[in-house]
Design a protein around this ligand. Structure first.
Ligand code: ADP
Ligand code: MG
Length: 496
């Protein structure tokens, strides 16, 4: 993960075109025949497609491995690639929640604060307000106190504006859910030790500390009467947010910059869980599935990207399917085609050789270009990587994008089937044969239609028409914000 948040790409139409290009270069690039531009790149594409292939047997193997790894991770800590972390969330929202609740979401360069007034079964969500605050760069490498003081002070300002339909009953403290998307060793629903900062944060003094205590202390220093009643990650919050509206949501998957999944598990199916009591008999498991690795169809480009990453050998599933990496894999293939296949002429621009120059929003936008001469593909390529391209080269580029998106989407789909399979093996009939919902969120899933289609197709191919007709894969937009507030409600210190 990195801090360079890749914002949603502008609509294809907004790219300036035509591509600036000198007349001489145009002459050079004008293909005399189709093969003159792409001939040397065709074998590179063919090999890429072969290495990235995800026929059903490959996907089935992935799903089986995912299910087996989940089981091993539930048996013992460190038992598999999958950490299978206990979320301590034993009860999900029912729709009956009432009152004023806050949520705080810290997971990147922005954090969000939210308040919601819940009116129970009949009135549901009476009102919600959200504000986004960006974290000053210097605070991301400052001290723990400075960071949490900044957050608490922004929260205090937000609370001051409370009014209208938002009402706190007299005699009560405000309660908030805290969505914190960094690695945490959770110790209870409202405490967890930060293992390490990621995504460009290097704040001193927090690792090894309870981050809820850090936040509570900072809120105290601000004179803010609020307590954290639920600490969750974004996947768990998404599951909670989706479940509020639909009782049959059992799994949540995030496909954004990174990826993760969580699901509802029976307490008796968790051998490593000794002595944990859950009145519902269920608990949410955070799989941390980005670390999955067994049986992935990887290419030389994936291996090189991994070797040069800050965490070589780790997060391989994430590196194959999530938004941070898809564009970068495509760029690496294009460098090869440029260097050994002269796909963009003799010159290979430095920009094309810059890691992460091509973002996943770029490759997604290129795939949306339906124009005859692929004008938008040309503009995006030029703006992001500095290359001049003719129509044949552009077609080749779109093929590469499609190959990488297809593999990513299909593998993500196989991962989902792995989770469903594991759930079904433990309690027959829980998943298959009746309606069940997988809640999806994240910028990649939301904004890359081809990726989404490949994912759904893979699920359907693996399950077959009968079973897959019961499995609903549904976008739960921004469910995580309200989900954290709902978990503050279900874990409230006050009676409902
Ligand atoms: P995060 O995962 O950082 O919390 P999001 O869920 O909003 O945030 O996802 C952002 C990620 O989604 C980006 O890093 C990018 O990889 C991907 N993304 C954003 N826009 C698009 C797009 N138009 N097409 C494909 N992927 C996109
Ligand atoms: Mg997110």
């Amino acid at each position: 993960m990195s801090t360079n948040t890749i914002t949603s790409s502008p609509a294809v139409r907004s790219f300036r075109s035509p591509t600036p290009r000198s007349p001489r270069v145009t002459m050079l690039l004008r293909p005399t025949t189709v093969s003159s531009t792409t001939a040397a790149s065709v074998p590179i594409l063919t090999k890429l497609q072969k290495d990235c292939a995800t026929p059903v047997p490959v996907l089935r193997n992935i799903a089986d491995n995912m299910a087996a790894d989940m089981r091993a991770g539930l048996a013992a800590d460190g038992g598999s690639d999958l950490k299978m972390i206990l979320s301590f969330v034993d009860s999900l929202p029912t729709g009956n929640e009432r009152g004023l609740f806050y949520a705080l979401d810290l997971g990147g360069t922005n954090f969000r604060v939210l308040r919601t007034q819940l009116g129970g079964r009949d009135e549901r969500v009476i009102d919600t307000e959200v504000e986004q605050v960006s974290i000053p760069q210097d605070l991301m490498s400052g001290t723990s106190e400075e960071l949490f003081d900044f957050i608490a002070s922004a929260l205090a300002k937000f609370v001051k504006k409370e009014g209208g339909k938002f009402v706190l009953p007299t005699g009560r403290s405000r309660e908030t859910g805290f969505t914190f998307s960094f690695p945490v060793k959770q110790t209870s629903i409202d405490s967890g030790i930060l293992i390490k900062w990621t995504k460009g944060f290097s704040v001193s003094g927090t690792p090894g500390k309870d981050i809820v205590a850090c936040l509570n202390e900072a809120m105290g220093r601000q004179g803010l009467d609020m307590r954290v009643s639920a600490l969750v990650n974004d996947t768990v919050a998404t599951l909670a947010g989706a479940r509020y509206w639909d009782d049959e949501v059992m799994v949540a998957v995030i496909l954004g910059t990174g990826t993760n999944a969580c699901y509802v598990e029976s307490v008796e199916a968790i051998p490593k869980l000794q002595g944990h009591k859950s009145t519902s008999g269920k608990t949410i498991i955070n799989t941390e599935w980005g670390a999955f690795s067994k049986g992935l169809p990887l290419t030389e480009y994936d291996r090189a990207m991994d070797a040069e990453s800050i965490n070589p050998g780790e997060q391989l599933f994430e590196k194959t399917i999530s938004g941070m990496y898809l564009g970068e894999i495509v760029r690496r293939v294009l460098v090869r085609m440029a260097e050994t296949g002269s796909l963009f002429g003799k010159h290979v621009p430095e920009k094309l050789q810059t890691p992460f120059a091509l973002g996943t929003p770029n490759i997604s936008s290129m795939q949306q270009d339906t124009s005859k001469d692929l004008e938008a593909v040309g503009s995006i390529l030029y703006e992001a990587t500095g290359v001049d391209s003719n129509l044949d080269a552009r077609k080749m580029v779109v093929e590469v994008c499609d190959t990488i998106a297809k593999r990513g989407g299909r593998l993500a789909g196989a991962g989902i089937v792995g989770i469903l399979q594991k759930m079904e093996e433990d309690s027959k009939g829980v998943v298959f044969g009746k309606r069940m919902v997988v809640a999806m969120d994240g910028g990649l899933y939301e904004h890359y239609p081809q990726y989404k289609r490949y994912l759904k197709n893979a699920v359907a191919e693996l399950l077959g028409p009968e079973l897959s007709s019961h499995v609903v894969i549904e976008h739960s937009k921004d469910g995580s914000g309200i989900g954290a507030a709902l978990l503050a409600a279900t874990n409230s210190m006050y009676e409902h």
